[in-house]
Design a protein. Structure first.
Length: 107
């Protein structure tokens, strides 16, 4: 039996047994696709669950926090420093993402 037919058979069997009933999120639309590769997202999730976040993820968190700080800052001098810090974090994140892309494109 071909793999595709075997998997279809298993899905139909599970449906008939009611294994798909009352699943979390049933009847709700699927979440919008994120940016990037699904395999990459799965890898990031596994690393996060193991407590080993890549520097990219840490930089994204820092960027979000810095954006909130920037939005709350009204003093022109302090705002300029916050904008410089934000730009620095953006550059670091871009470097990390480019390095990852280059690494995976050469494999």
């Amino acid at each position: 039996m071909k793999w595709s037919k075997l998997s279809e058979h298993q899905i139909r069997k599970a449906q008939a047994e009611g294994q798909f009933d009352n699943l979390e999120g049933a009847g709700k639309p699927l979440p919008p696709p994120g940016h990037g590769d699904f395999a990459e997202a799965a890898g990031f999730r596994i690393m996060a669950e193991a407590g080993a976040l890549p520097q990219e993820v840490e930089l994204r968190k820092a960027l979000k926090a810095q954006a909130q700080k920037l939005a709350a800052t009204t003093d022109p001098a302090e705002r300029k420093r916050a904008m410089a810090a934000f730009a620095d974090l953006q550059q670091k994140r871009a470097i990390q993402e480019e390095a990852r892309r280059k690494f995976y494109s050469t494999r």
